[in-house]
Design a protein around this ligand. Structure first.
Ligand code: GLP
Length: 252
C-alpha cells in the first residue's frame, strides 16, 4: 500500500487530479470510478481546468460514481449523477452512454444494482476507483458492519450521513432515503483503488483505516488487502499516519 501525503489541500487536489488524468492518458478506454463529497470537488475542478487548457481524447473513457442516492429526483443538486455531471462529466464532454450511473428512482433497485455492475463488466470492469471515506469509515455507502463479500446493493444510510444529505439537498422529510452503492467486493475488484481524504476531521479515521486492524467495523480498512492501493491524503488528514508514511517513503 502506497501512502502519499500532500503538503496542503491544493497539492492534494492537484495530485488527485493527476491520478485521474494519468489513468485516462494511460488507457484511452479506461473505466473510472469517482466519489462525490467535499473531498473530491477540488480534484474534479483541477481535472476540468487542465482538460480545458490542454484537451486530450476522452471519447472512449467511461465514468461512473461509486454510489448514488435513491428516492430523490436525479436533477437534485445532491444526487451523485448531478454532482459528477456538473463537476466532471459535463466539463469533459463525456457522452451520456459513457457516463454509467444507476437511476435514483426505480421500482426495482436490486435489478438496477445488477444492471449497473453488468454495464461496467461489459466494458472490462473498473480500472480505477477514487474512493472517499466517511467519518465512520464507510466507503461508498457501505456502513460499518457491512460484510466484505457484499455486492452492489441498496444500503441503509447512517443517520448522521442521512441528516447531512437532508441538510444539503433539502429533501422533503417524508421521503425515505437510501443509497445504491457498489459492494465492498466490487470495490475490491477494481484494478486500482485510491483512497482519498482531506481535513483534520478525517485524521483519526484515516489512522484506523490504514494502520488499524482490517475489520468490518471500519469498512475502509479493507483496502489494506488490495494489491494496488494508494492512500492519498492532505497533511491534515494524514497527521496521524505521517510516521508510517515516512517509514514507507512517500511523495509530497
Ligand atoms: C458520502 C459519499 C461517499 C463519500 C463520503 C465522503 O458518504 N456517499 O462516497 O466518500 O460521502 O464525503 P466527504 O468527502 O464530503 O467527507
Amino acid at each position: 500500500m502506497k501512502i502519499t501525503i500532500a503538503k496542503n489541500e491544493q497539492a492534494f487536489d492537484v495530485i488527485a487530479a493527476w491520478r485521474i488524468i494519468a489513468q485516462m492518458l494511460e488507457k484511452s478506454d479506461a473505466v473510472i470510478g469517482l466519489s462525490t463529497g467535499q473531498t473530491t470537488i477540488g480534484m474534479h475542478r483541477v481535472v476540468s481546468e487542465i482538460y480545458k487548457q490542454y484537451p486530450f481524447n476522452v471519447s472512449k473513457i467511461t465514468l461512473f460514481n461509486v454510489d448514488e442516492l435513491t428516492n430523490l429526483p436525479r436533477e437534485y443538486a445532491g444526487s451523485c449523477y448531478t454532482m459528477i455531471l456538473t463537476q466532471l462529466a459535463g466539463p469533459l464532454g463525456i457522452a451520456e452512454e459513457n457516463f454509467i450511473m444507476p437511476p435514483t428512482l426505480s421500482a426495482d433497485f436490486a435489478a438496477e444494482a445488477l444492471l449497473f455492475e453488468q454495464r461496467l463488466a461489459e466494458r472490462g470492469g473498473a480500472d480505477l476507483q477514487m474512493l472517499g471515506i466517511g467519518l465512520n469509515g464507510h466507503i461508498g455507502i457501505n456502513q460499518p458492519g457491512t460484510p466484505f463479500e457484499s455486492e452492489t446493493w441498496v444500503s441503509p444510510m447512517d443517520p448522521d450521513f442521512e441528516a447531512r444529505i437532508r441538510r444539503e439537498t433539502n429533501v422533503p422529510a417524508d421521503t425515505v432515503l437510501g443509497g445504491l452503492t457498489r459492494g465492498i467486493k466490487n470495490i475490491m475488484q477494481t484494478r486500482k483503488v485510491v483512497l482519498v481524504a482531506k481535513g483534520a476531521h478525517k485524521a483519526e479515521i484515516i489512522e484506523q483505516a490504514v494502520l488499524g486492524p482490517v475489520t468490518t467495523d471500519i469498512p475502509a480498512s479493507v483496502v489494506q488487502l488490495h494489491p494496488n492501493c494508494e492512500i492519498l491524503v492532505d497533511a491534515a488528514a494524514g497527521a496521524r499516519i505521517r510516521e508510517e508514511a515516512e517509514a514507507r517513503g512517500f511523495e509530497w
